[in-house]
Each structure stands twice: as structure tokens, then as C-alpha cells.
Write a protein that binds this ligand. Structure first.
Ligand SMILES: [Zn+2]
Ligand SMILES: [Zn+2]
Length: 404
């Protein structure tokens, strides 16, 4: 089969690979009909994620058709349309029984996280051996362990272009808004207007937020406003010297915002101090955005972190959190299974349109180019739908194929 493989820093390629086969009784082999590239995949592309190996197949967002099932699989049969959960979960451990599948205790055999976090998270599809080393969905076939838990049946009236985002970004954005506790009338600021940031803004309005302000520095600001007309924006590159994002936000919202959500990334320091400290190995992540959020929040407000942070950070404003009663929340990797049925119902009812983030349809063979384009934030590419030779034609109202 054809699959996208990781070959090293800034080097991903299409390769011929072996079609996966059933290994355990709970496995399901899925023929992929749609996948995507995620902001998280770019961290692998940059080579900043530990324990990557040459020829690893990437991708944790995909949908498809069941090809074959293991003997113990109860809910699925060949031919069923399904969407996959990004996290691999056993469905049976202490956490899975509470549906907290992203911290499953059985699906990730890697030991490194125990040293870093004192615990392990669940395995994640196509996301390094640090997360279990599962082959991912930017391919023609995928082996999904624990198929009864990790696959959701997709009804006929929901096209792949809408079902696909239940794998991760749709559930992640919703999880963020639920975790930071957005309430009717709240003011909400969101750092980063990528797919997760934009969907979080959409869900914040859905929960009754009175104002939502998105912070970014490129075309995604205009794109966000074109999809959500009530969205307000701050371009952090246009802020006059001497001012700051928090100062500008405090000018726009008296007393500060009720909820602040970081949907950007902790990998990129802005100031020289953090650049030096990360370079010297004195910290893993920058605290700049987190501190901006803390200074932008209302007293007793909530600050939540969705983006990828991996370890320790310096200069974290713990004093402001304590003195002002700010609630600091690690949103955590989304336990997809808590939300995906509810969100699928919303899609069916027409109250939620996940395609607000869908800008392109590309072919699997062009995925390496999509990594470079998304990394450079070019072509106004927000989120691509990746077709394979098994895909249906584009659903009405969704982008036609672009070849790069
Ligand atoms: Zn993702
Ligand atoms: Zn489990």
C-alpha cells in the first residue's frame, strides 16, 4: 500500500509499505477513504518529538470502511463506514471505564512518559514511539487496535468530509471549551486561529459567549472572520511597541477576559530569553503565551492550555495565578469517546458544520507537499481533506481536488 513515512527532520515521503493485517482479536483493518494533516503532525515534521523512527507512518485523523475484523470485535463488520479516534484506548481500564480514553493505562507501552509525567498517556495513532508507535492514517490501510472502542460508525447521511474531524480537532476544540468552562455571557480570548482555535471560537459562541477574540498574525484572522462574522481579532504583529497582547485585550474588554484558551504552540519562543534557555536545554517550552493569558484574564478567570507542551518551563507567573485566583487548566489530550457521539448528532441535526475549517482537497500522493505548505502557512490552507483511491467524489459544497 501507499503511505506517508517520516524519514527525518523536514523529510516526509510517500513510500510503498506493507498492508497491515489483524494481529489481535480486537483489531480492525480499515480501508482509508479520508485523512488529514494536523498541527500536531508539524511537531513531528520539525523533529522536536522524541522517539521517532525512520519509516514511521504518520497521521492520527482518518475515516474509512471496515475491511476485516478480529474475532472478538462485536460492533463492526466489513463494509461499515467508520471514523477513527486519534487516541488508542483499551475500553476496559480504570480510566477507559470513565471514558477518559486519552489516558488509557493499557494502550501505550512506552516507559519514557513515566519519567517525565509520573504517568503514561494513551497511545496515539501515528505519533512516535513515545505514544506507542502505532502506524498512522496517512495511508491506504490502517490497523486499529481495540476496534470496538476506537472506531465510531458513521451514518449514511454524514459525508466523510464532516465525519473525519471527529478523530481529533472537532472533539479537541469542544473539550477545550468545556474544560475552561465557557458560560453564557462570557468573554473569551483564543491564542492561535488554526483549525482548533477556530472551532473553539465556534463552540464558545455556541455556549453563549458574548464576545470571542482570536489572536494570530496572518491570513487566518480574516479567514476566521469570514467563517464566524462575530469573531473579533488582534494581530499580534501589529501591536505598537510598548504595548502587548494583554494590554490590547484589556483595552477591548474591561477588567480582562473570563476565559483564555491557548490553541497556538509552545514550541516557538518569541523573546530572546526563552530562545537561549530552550537552546541550552534549560527548559522544554516557553511560558510566554501562558503568561500573556494570565495577564489578560479577569480575576478568578480561567486559563486553559490545549497546545502541545512537553516538559518544563521557566518564568511562569505562578504569583498572579495564586494572588488573583486564576484557574489554570491543562486541557489534556481529548478523550474523543466522551464527545464524538454528541458531536455527530449535532452534525446530523445541522447545528454544527465542521467544514468551516476545510479549505482543500488533496490526493494522498501530495501529502508531503501539504506538510511544507501547512508549515509555511501558505496557500491559505487551513485543513486539507486527503483522498485515497478508495474515496467517494467530493460531497456537495466541499472543495474540489487541488494538485500541487
Ligand atoms: Zn490532530
Ligand atoms: Zn484503557
Amino acid at each position: 500500500m501507499r503511505a506517508l513515512t517520516w524519514q527525518g527532520k523536514y523529510d516526509v515521503r510517500m513510500s510503498d509499505s506493507f498492508k497491515p493485517r489483524l494481529i489481535s482479536d480486537q483489531d480492525v483493518i480499515v480501508k482509508v477513504t479520508g485523512s488529514s494533516v494536523c498541527g500536531t503532525d508539524l511537531h513531528l515534521y520539525h523533529g522536536t518529538v522524541l522517539q521517532m523512527q525512520k519509516d514511521d507512518i504518520l497521521g492520527h485523523e482518518f475515516c474509512g470502511k471496515v475491511d476485516s475484523v478480529g474475532r472478538a470485535v462485536k460492533t463492526l463488520k466489513p463494509g461499515d463506514r467508520v471514523v477513527a479516534s486519534a487516541c488508542i484506548a483499551c475500553g476496559d481500564c480504570y480510566y477507559c471505564k470513565q471514558k477518559l480514553t486519552s489516558v488509557c493505562e493499557n494502550s501505550n507501552i512506552d516507559e519514557v512518559q513515566n519519567y517525565l509525567y509520573g504517568h503514561r498517556t494513551a497511545g496515539v495513532l501515528g505519533l512516535s514511539h513515545l505514544n506507542g508507535g502505532f502506524a498512522g492514517g496517512q495511508a491506504e490501510y490502517v490497523r486499529m487496535p481495540y476496534g470496538d472502542t476506537t472506531l465510531l460508525k458513521v451514518p449514511d447521511d454524514v459525508p466523510d468530509e464532516k465525519a473525519l474531524f471527529l478523530s481529533d480537532v472537532l472533539c479537541t476544540a469542544y473539550h477545550a471549551v468545556v474544560r475552561v468552562d465557557v458560560q453564557k455571557g462570557d468573554t473569551v480570548a483564543i491564542w492561535g486561529l488554526g483549525p482548533v482555535g477556530l472551532l473553539a471560537a465556534c463552540f464558545a459562541f455556541q455556549k453563549g459567549a458574548s464576545r470571542v477574540i482570536g489572536i494570530d498574525n496572518n491570513w487566518r484572522l480574516e479567514y476566521g472572520k469570514s467563517r464566524l462574522p462575530k469573531l473579533e481579532t488582534i494581530n499580534f504583529s501589529d501591536i505598537p511597541s510598548g504595548s502587548s497582547v494583554s494590554t490590547e485585550l484589556r483595552k477591548m474588554v474591561d477588567k480582562g477576559v473570563d476565559r483564555a484558551i491557548d490553541c497556538a504552540a509552545g514550541e516557538y519562543p518569541k523573546g530572546i530569553g526563552h530562545k537561549v534557555e530552550i537552546g541550552m536545554g534549560l527548559e522544554n517550552d516557553t511560558s510566554e503565551i501562558v503568561n500573556e493569558m494570565i495577564l489578560s484574564a479577569k480575576k478568578f478567570g480561567t486559563v486553559g492550555v490545549v497546545s502541545v507542551y512537553t516538559g518544563y518551563t521557566n518564568h511562569f507567573n505562578i504569583g498572579a495565578i495564586m494572588e488573583l485566583g486564576i484557574r489554570f487548566i491543562g486541557v489534556g489530550v481529548v478523550p474523543v469517546q466522551v464527545y464524538w457521539e454528541e458531536l455527530l448528532q449535532q452534525i446530523q441535526a445541522g447545528t454544527l458544520d465542521p467544514t468551516i475549517i476545510l479549505t482543500h482537497r488533496i490526493d494522498l500522493e501530495d501529502v508531503p507537499k501539504a506538510y511544507a505548505i501547512l508549515d509555511a502557512r501558505e496557500e491559505h490552507m487551513m485543513k486539507p481533506f486527503v483522498q485515497t483511491k478508495f474515496s467517494d467524489p467530493p460531497a456537495p459544497g466541499t472543495p474540489a481536488l487541488t494538485r500541487f
